[in-house]
Ligand binder design. Structure first.
Ligand code: KIV
Ligand code: NA
Length: 271
């Protein structure tokens, strides 16, 4: 396979080929995911929970994100070098100013990321514009945004009321207009996620708990391997079940997403 690039991701979105994404935090899992055919690897700040045992992503630092991004990027390059690597800007690393966001995005790009991800809508559009104008590909993240869990009042479905759905639509369009080319939609009602996916042509939606109507799907690696130490979210399927290896579980995930057999709206999402 040729390395995944932004034009290729946009072309997949236009053609309706599902984009597959999994998180990874170290070189070995990243290399195995790459070899299993996963299109995008996200160095998620979910490493705060998965690797560090935290209850939220709020305490994850830039230095920790830089370290895990470097590990993942090395793992991808060392074996196959195909996957598109996205790295999370952690809480507090982009809120202060455009310059702060740029400086921290550069650190993650220098560590080997191809794209950075930041959470939230509204004020973030200007930051995204600032970054994309300067050659940094950006992935947005709307719906349930874990870094602001304390402001949201818990981990629950977002965009359910008419007002909340309208705000989410406006934020998504503004992020796309600002140059974001991927957009994670987390715990957003199925119909809203599907209609946003249709509306945004220059930006591919990546769903998690958002139904089958998005341009792509993402899961936290440990969740899909059945290795969750807390409560398993409803939107997860354990792909280790019936698989003989981690590589095999990842291949099954890729196939299920590409063939639209995962997620199942009635099982893994909300209406
Ligand atoms: O940190 C993470 O793993 C994420 C995904 C759940 C989208 O942001
Ligand atoms: Na994240």
């Amino acid at each position: 396979r040729k390395p995944v690039s932004l034009p290729r991701l946009m072309e997949m979105h236009a053609r309706g080929e599902k984009i597959t994404m999994l998180t990874a935090y170290d070189a070995t899992f990243a290399a195995i995911a790459d070899q299993a055919g996963v299109d995008c690897i996200l160095v998620g700040d979910s490493l705060g929970m998965v690797c560090q045992g935290r209850h939220s992503t709020v305490g994850v630092t830039m230095e920790e994100m830089r370290y895990h991004t470097a590990c993942v990027a090395r793992g991808v390059r060392r074996v196959q070098g195909t996957a598109w690597v996205v790295a999370d800007l952690p809480f507090g690393s982009y809120q202060q100013s455009h310059e702060q966001a740029l400086g921290n995005a550069v650190i993650l790009m220098e560590a080997g990321a191809h794209m950075v991800k930041l959470e939230g809508g509204g004020w973030t559009a200007e930051t995204v514009h600032f970054l994309t104008q300067r050659g940094i590909p950006v992935c947005g993240h709307l719906g349930l945004t874990p870094q602001t869990v304390h402001a949201l009042g818990g981990y629950r479905v977002q965009g359910r009321s008419d007002d909340a759905a309208q705000t989410l639509r406006e934020h998504a369009q503004a992020l796309a207009d600002a140059g974001a080319q991927l957009l994670v939609l987390e715990m957003v009602p199925v119909a809203l996620a599907a209609s946003l996916t249709q509306a945004l042509q220059s930006c591919a939606t990546i769903g998690i708990g958002a139904g089958v109507g998005t341009a792509g799907q993402v899961l936290v690696l440990h969740d899909m391997l059945g290795m969750n130490i807390g409560k398993m979210p409803k939107f997860v399927r354990n792909f280790m079940q019936g698989s003989e290896s981690v590589a095999n579980a990842m291949q099954t995930y890729v196939q299920a997403v590409k063939q639209r057999q995962f997620p199942i709206d009635a099982e893994h999402a909300w209406s």
